[in-house]
Design a protein around this ligand. Structure first.
Ligand code: PLP
Length: 364
């Protein structure tokens, strides 16, 4: 087993799920030299766009001022682009923070959390720390969220968490099923839809629904398609009264002005999204097709990560690839033969295939 120290992961600059409860055995291998392929944190291989980098550099001179005007400007721009009111948008230093505050605001020891599995573990970890009961519901046969089972899981639930597309599978849950969840969830609960990866796919967003539903919170991030994971900018979108409940826990946890200005420049660059979406889809689909050609099953990802069924203990494969400087994973304990792969750029995926082919026998 490759050992992973907390310090080494932090030095690596990773957006870590949670320090207190992370299963370090599953967190991925230690960092290696600069030629190491980092396909293990669903980061963007492209980084901030040119206009975002320019804006961030210009912003340095304004670092003597509090960043609030930039925060309001970003919220206003996003709201305008989405056709919602700017009071329905709150900015946080990363969507992970907003998600944690949502768990604190909407769950309690008597009002639990219902979420899918495998999925993004942060809400589970936060609820556990808060002593709120957690019901995890397996994905269905299509690897979508099993909405009927989630609705039945806990009639006292305070929060239902959906991740669309889901991390780690990259799979989508049909919009109608999400609407059904919103209409039929336990009384007094809040539906939280995490759209960290929505811009990689063609599925409609739930953002505009917040206008008609005061019990829906949608999360967005600049960490993924916009390539700004290290800048820490996330959005919570919902009724102002709902956002107020999050703000109690960390309304002052706002990104630096440079991050906010970089995020704003990213939204203004309307050619950025389609270009990155196409690059990602091409690299992803090429790699999935190649893996399938070697007999492996992959999830039907519409995102920048997918899972591959290795038909053998996945942790061992993660370690073998890491020994050749290809960092992939994590592995979810209830899918022990599957490993997550983040989609890098074309060259990175070519190298991934090369190392994978040398380390993992095809399945006959
Ligand atoms: N939500 C999901 C589903 C994620 O996968 C991640 C990061 O991997 C986040 C939220 C956290 O994003 P941020 O970098 O904005 O905190």
């Amino acid at each position: 087993m490759v050992s992973v120290s907390r310090r080494s992961l932090l030095a690596f600059g990773a957006a870590l799920p949670v320090l207190g409860h992370l299963n370090w055995a599953h967190a991925g291998p230690a960092p290696a030299p600069s030629d190491t392929l980092r396909l293990n944190y669903n980061e963007s291989p492209y980084g901030p766009s040119a206009s975002a980098r320019d804006a961030m550099q210009r912003a340095i001179t304004a670092a003597g001022r509090y960043p609030y005007p930039h925060m309001y400007a970003l919220a206003a721009l996003f709201a305008q682009q989405q056709g919602i009111a700017e009071e329905q948008v709150a900015v946080f230093a990363g969507s992970m923070a907003a998600l944690r505050y949502a768990v604190l605001a909407f769950t309690s020891p008597t009002r639990g959390l219902v979420m899918p599995t495998p999925s993004y573990e942060v809400p589970h970890q936060s609820a556990q720390a808060w002593r709120a009961p957690v019901r995890e519901v397996s994905l269905n046969a299509e690897h979508a969220h099993d909405i009927p089972a989630m609705l039945a899981a806990n009639p006292q639930a305070g929060m239902l968490y959906l991740c669309n597309p889901n991390n780690p599978t990259g799979t989508l849950t049909p919009t109608e099923a999400i609407r059904h969840a919103l209409a039929n969830k336990p009384k007094g609960s809040v539906l939280v839809v995490d759209e960290a990866y929505i811009d990689f796919c063609d599925a409609p967003s739930c953002v505009s629904w917040v206008t008609d539903h005061d019990d829906l919170l949608v999360l967005r991030t600049f960490s993924k398609i916009y390539g700004m994971a290290g800048a820490r900018v996330g959005l919570a979108i919902g009724h102002p009264a709902l956002l107020e409940r999050l703000a109690v826990f960390g309304g002052d946890n706002v990104p630096a002005g440079a991050s906010l200005m970089g995020a704003q420049a990213s939204l203004e660059d309307i050619r950025l999204l389609p270009r990155r979406k196409a690059l990602n889809a091409q690299a992803r689909d090429e790699t999935i097709a190649w893996l399938k050609g070697r007999g492996f099953t992959c999830t039907a990802s519409q995102s920048n990560c997918f899972m591959v069924d290795l038909k053998q203990p996945a942790e061992q494969v993660v370690e073998r690839l890491a020994a050749h400087h290809v960092l992939v994973g994590r592995v979810w304990s209830n899918w022990p033969q599957w490993m997550r792969v983040t989609v890098g750029n074309k060259h990175e995926m070519a190298r991934f295939r090369e190392v994978f082919a040398a380390q993992v026998e095809p399945v006959s």
